[in-house]
Write a protein that binds this ligand. Structure first.
Ligand code: AMP
Ligand code: ZN
Length: 461
């Protein structure tokens, strides 16, 4: 079946044609590990997870790299301000390497809690300084850079076109780049690839240009190239990466080998709060653990995300989280009911469900439509093991791990427990009239009553 993705590079929804028929190679921009990830950040990785799962569902093997930025990302994406790691180290009175270790582990644990299907390769920037140095040396040798007192800059005017994703003109100033602090920078869109480390800078390495550290954009270009080569299939990130980070990655790759590295560029929209992006700077964030403390397990946040297309902003509200929580319970209960069901289902019905589901996920990951097919299956009044199997298959894309779901045993209210005990006694003494009366009373209170060798089994309807 054909897959279609919206490609930011061509600004069109296009048929996905990987370079290799069996294996998809892709790169996702990972986090800068200087603070707790918030659930807005996690939306980006839930999108990445859906993409992986859909490709695997279609039979592809994956070679997927995600970086961990633990050096070089300055407070502004356009090379301005302090290094985020250094700033965090001062805030917490720690060494920046300790900061990186701590928040990287929190991030990876969050991905695990939310059941993200992990990329095959996790590439940490500080473990790839050598490959970045080789990469930048080649860009320099190819004549795409110039030196200032503090940094080596990429000269964007050397390119045929800068701004291929956002259609920026080379002469047009980037708003973020306008707040430059380096007076030696020649053009507004130029960006630093290699920084001279100030005396007090802890994260620095001996290099061809003295004690230095790499620019954030260089990290992704060099690590992507190391693992995936000059060209690969898909590159993902948040929409905030389009105008600066990904333009600069493309610029560097053109400077290195003349090629745009990925064929398909996919970007996930923001999680909003009250109409504004959830972000550390606006201080309007929640973490996964905070949500858990409030009674929303991580899978609820996954359900919340599946309710919107990745290219649409979602507004975070607790009403929506409550709805996602109810939906998750309905999904689990509905799946278990099918699992115990004995009805026979016509193969054509199953095929139709599958076709609709496949069409939705392959239409640029249209998860809300795919979920509507799941609900149709759940609501099918004929409870059947084959429909439970179908839901399990769909769950390889949804990611709720339904197969291993064990329902919590719910305590019956004390008045119901009392009626059950009385009924067991009545049955033991063969008082059938009383037993029937108690059964009717339980049914009237909204319970299903089943008799078994062990006694009366009741369940809330
Ligand atoms: P950072 O650690 O700031 O580099 O961000 C990590 C990832 O989270 C990037 O892909 C961002 O695009 C993404 N991101 C940040 N804030 C949000 C948000 N509110 N909604 C969705 N994605 C976000
Ligand atoms: Zn990146």
């Amino acid at each position: 079946m054909k897959i279609y993705f919206y490609n930011t590079l061509t600004k069109k929804k296009e048929e996905f044609k990987p370079m290799n028929k069996e294996k998809v190679c892709m790169y996702s921009c990972g986090p800068t590990v200087y603070y707790y990830p918030h659930i807005g950040n996690l939306r980006a990785y839930l999108f990445m997870d859906s993409l992986r799962r859909v490709l695997k569902y279609n039979g592809y093997k994956l070679k997927h790299v995600m970086n961990i930025t633990d050096v070089g990302h300055l407070v502004s994406d356009a090379d301005d301000g302090e290094d985020k790691m250094m700033k965090a180290a001062k805030r917490e009175n720690k060494n920046p390497f300790e900061i990186a270790d701590f928040y990287m582990n929190v991030f990876l644990q969050d991905l695990s809690k939310i059941n993200v299907d992990m990329p095959e390769i996790i590439a940490r920037a500080t473990e790839h300084i050598d490959c970045m140095e080789e990469y930048v040396k080649q860009i320099i040798a190819n004549g795409y850079t110039y030196e200032t007192t503090n940094a080596i800059y990429f000269d964007t005017t050397k390119l045929d076109k800068y701004g291929v994703l956002s259609n920026k003109d080379v002469k047009e100033e980037d708003l973020e780049a306008r707040i430059d602090t380096d007076p030696e920078k020649r053009n507004p869109n130029d960006f630093a690839v290699w920084f001279k480390a100030p005396e007090n800078h802890i994260m620095k390495w001996d290099s061809f240009w003295g004690m230095c550290y790499p620019g954030w954009h260089l990290e992704c270009s060099a690590m992507g190239h190391k693992y995936l080569g000059e060209e690969f299939d898909i590159h993902t990130g948040g929409v905030d990466h389009i105008t600066v980070h990904h333009e600069n990655e493309i610029a560097q790759a053109k400077g290195y080998c003349g090629k745009i590295p990925a064929h398909y560029w996919m970007h996930v929209e923001f999680l909003q709060v009250d109409g504004r992006k959830m972000s550390k700077s606006l201080n309007n964030l929640y973490t996964l653990d905070q949500l858990s403390e409030m009674g929303y397990e991580p899978a609820v946040y996954r359900m919340f995300n599946l309710g919107a297309h990745y290219k649409k902003q979602i507004n975070f509200t607790f009403d929506a989280m409550d709805a996602a929580k109810t939906a998750l319970s309905r999904l689990r209960e509905g799946y278990l009911k099918h699992k115990e069901g004995t009805s026979k289902i016509n193969q054509d019905v199953i095929k139709e469900y599958e076709e609709k589901f496949n069409e939705a996920i392959n239409d640029d990951l249209n998860m809300p439509v795919a979920m509507s097919v799941v609900w149709d299956v759940i609501k099918n009044p004929n409870k059947s093991k084959s429909l439970a199997d179908l839901i399990e298959k769909f769950d390889t894309v949804m990611g709720f791990d339904l197969k291993n779901y064990i329902p919590e045993k719910k305590e019956l209210p004390s008045d119901i427990q009392e009626l059950v005990a009385q009924r067991n006694e009545a049955r033991a003494s063969k008082n059938w009239a009383e037993s029937d009366r108690l059964r009717d009373e339980l049914i009237a209170k909204g319970y299903t009553v089943k008799d078994s060798k062990e006694g009366t089994i009741v369940e809330k309807n």
